[in-house]
Design a protein. Sequence first.
Lengths: 204, 204
Amino acid sequence: MEQESRLAGTVRPGGRTAKVRAAVLQATQDELVERGFHGLIMDQVAARAGVGKTTVYRRWSTTAGLVADLMTELAEQSSPPPDTGTVDGDLRANALSVLGAITDPRLGATFQAVIAAATCDEEAAAALRAFYARRVADWAKVVDVAVDRGELPEGTDGPELIRAVSAPLYYRLVVTREPVDETIAAQAASRALIAARAGAFTTG
Amino acid sequence: MEQESRLAGTVRPGGRTAKVRAAVLQATQDELVERGFHGLIMDQVAARAGVGKTTVYRRWSTTAGLVADLMTELAEQSSPPPDTGTVDGDLRANALSVLGAITDPRLGATFQAVIAAATCDEEAAAALRAFYARRVADWAKVVDVAVDRGELPEGTDGPELIRAVSAPLYYRLVVTREPVDETIAAQAASRALIAARAGAFTTG
DNA sequence: CCCTTAATGGGATTCTCGTTCCGTTAAGAT
DNA sequence: ATCTTAACGGAACGAGAATCCCATTAAGGG
């Protein structure tokens, strides 16, 4: 039988399946905004998505899985960093991008939910890591370009510098839970840049 | 009756009450280490503490309350910052102190649990804020001393600088979930210091 | 257009968690 | 030592969430 495997039915990513997935993920986000991760219940997600409860359990099995899938979805929508022409502009753009994300009601609630879920679910933790690995790698390119332009010392660690820009913002969001605004974002970018120019981010 | 109010019984913080509280909080920490906040269940906490389930519900009512109380307890045990004689030493000591806390299995699990709880419970969020407000205020003093010694520019924002030292560590713990070690801690302290010396933390 | 079967949905069932009731234990005062 | 009553513990109860069963719908191949 050259027709091996799948001789039975076929995989069908057809319209319905995709529609259900989209509806459920959107409903998940809505529920997260209103109730947070701890208040996320399969039952209610299904009802809100206009989908059978059984379907949600079958495809995601747990609320943490739901949140992990949502984060994976967001990771694929990440937009590439702009090139503003200067490191200062690029780092500031990065800080504002993070600010926009955590300030947005839906995205902010989602991030906090994934962070909460990741503290006790490996799947969610993996999705979180994957999201930031990609994001940091994307933005690190602007640092390399800046080094080439001579704006930053040779050997400056791009990923580390990008992390240094966003760390204060997430720290406030999640740990001290203080409000975050443009001023804070600008300070974060500017302080990281000052340290980078002084060679604090060169490897070795 | 000049003997108004409490004419009935008396408050009794006696040995039993205190013992129960200690046993329950310890059991809570144990459970957090093994299952995380999402897996924290009143029932199991009570069993582990060798205490009636009713008692736990009566005194804490919810798992978030349990975690919040635990954090409040930890806040009271915080030790004052040492004076190493130089800002460099003091900031490094701060970074190592944070490192020690988040690396310790029990403390680390507790912090992550409180952070998770705070995303959807106001009581836990308040406990978290209170903890860091105190901690940051305590350590900010070393910055003021450094300014007096002339090691840092006049007007350097102490609390901000302290936050800048710990932000990268918590960012890794909670957001990117990368391992944190002495090297990372030292870098965090050193980078914040470099920026501070350059005047990046002066207010106004 | 018809057939096969992957995928869904409603509802019954089971199970776990949170709550309440009431008898028992022991802290603190006399 | 004794009494009062705050605080605790065991067990039964009820609500709500997770799981299972089976009839129904529709994607994709012929």
